[in-house]
Design a protein around this ligand. Structure first.
Ligand code: NAD
Length: 355
């Protein structure tokens, strides 16, 4: 018998190659007149292109976005937004840039337009985060959902294939944890299955042919759906581990999600038979965790936390912090079992069930 609850989010999306050119007209439709453009220092040039495109609708540029949205960055950006009299932000970049736009939307009530250039998927969720004193705190608030998300796959052509692969696995994680659950939600699962299929099919093509627009478009579409699954689904052990890794150990977000994913899927497979089977089917495989691990090898991604610079001596601390707050997970979690998962992820061995 089918039984579920589902609340959607106030998504407003424009998707298509060349869609960036529509930005000025879309701002006019929204009645926005002074946009503060947000980027990381790596994407200052792209930010300046947006300033030119917006012409007198641009208030200025804040190009100091960094990963995990430190409180100091939010404070600096909000001072700049006030000084410039900005009436909205236009965040062009990956999840770090989107994250700052979301934090300003919640804290300053500043409408946020997002132009995603990686596959983080954050633009489709109402989850916002700030990192202060070594702890990353996340919350859900619909005010964080972008007023408009403008997806232009052409902007992802500059995403280096290696980071595209890691970012794609990050997107896959959003989808995966929302199919492989003990309470399968049929609508979230539709988003998640198509996300996993799109990413699984497009990422190897991007590695071989970085300029393949069809594959770039399909991967960005997959990321959009994956973010939708995360935004309207639930997080569990996988995300708790990755938040600890990011907030406390400053580990790279996308690569850490990738390394943890096969292990968190293997951990939950027995407790999530229906979801795990659908996930495997989307990748035309028998076992989802193995398929993800094999995909990572094919993409040449780092397989272990040790390859990302994580110290083995920190495994206990990471397990303790992950368990500090309660969370839902299909398979019960204990310190010992989590420690084993982290040890396996540290070494990058093939994923396995942990009893
Ligand atoms: P990122 O935004 O930090 O980007 C990594 C680097 O790649 C940056 O220097 C960025 O400027 C550059 N980059 C991005 N797109 C590029 C492109 N097309 N061409 C060239 N360079 C490009 O990394 P990320 O993995 O996209 O995002 C990670 C952050 O997003 C983390 O802080 C994470 O917590 C957050 N996130 C939040 C959610 C949510 O729902 N709240 C979901 C996913 C990720």
């Amino acid at each position: 018998m089918i039984e579920f609850e589902y609340q959607t989010l106030p998504w407003n999306i424009v998707f298509g190659a060349g869609a960036l050119a529509r930005l000025p007209g879309e701002l006019d439709k929204l009645g926005m007149k002074r946009a503060l453009v947000l980027t990381t220092p790596n994407q200052t040039d792209s930010g300046e292109t947006v300033l030119d495109l917006l012409d007198d609708r641009a208030a200025g540029l804040f190009d100091q976005c960094v990963m995990h949205v430190p409180q100091q960055t939010v404070t600096a950006a909000s001072v700049r937004a006030r000084e410039l009299g900005a009436d909205c932000t236009v965040a062009l970049g990956g999840g770090s840039t989107t994250g700052l736009g979301k934090a300003l939307a919640v804290q300053m009530n500043l409408p946020n337009i997002v132009i995603p250039t990686s596959y983080a998927g954050s633009e489709m969720t109402n989850i916002w985060a700030i990192t202060d004193e070594g702890r990353k705190v996340t919350a859900r608030d619909n005010e964080a959902v972008p007023t408009l998300t403008l997806y232009d796959p052409e902007l992802t052509l500059t995403l280096p294939p290696k980071f595209a692969a890691a970012s794609g696995l990050n997107a896959m994680a959003q989808a995966v944890v929302n199919i492989a659950t003990d309470k399968v939600n049929p609508i979230v699962s539709c988003l998640a299955v198509d996300a996993v299929r799109s990413l699984y099919e497009s990422l190897p093509v991007i590695m071989d042919k970085p300029d393949d627009m069809e594959a770039r478009s399909k991967a960005l579409y997959g990321a959009c759906l994956a973010g939708g699954a995360l935004g309207t689904g639930a997080t569990s052990l996988h995300h708790k581990i990755c938040h600890t890794m990011g907030g406390t150990f400053n580990m790279p977000h996308a690569e850490t999600h990738a390394v943890i994913l096969p292990h968190s899927v293997a951990y939950n497979t027995a407790a999530t038979p229906e979801g795990s089977a659908r996930l495997a089917e989307a990748m035309r495989a028998n076992n989802a965790a193995d398929a993800i691990y094999d995909l990572m090898k094919k993409l040449g991604l780092p397989l272990g936390l040790k390859d990302l610079g994580f110290s083995e001596a920190e495994i206990d601390k990471a397990a303790e912090i992950t368990l500090e707050n309660s969370f839902h997970n299909a398979e019960p979690v204990s310190f010992e079992r989590l420690r084993t998962l982290l040890q396996n992820a540290y070494e990058g061995v093939p994923p396995q069930a942990i009893t």
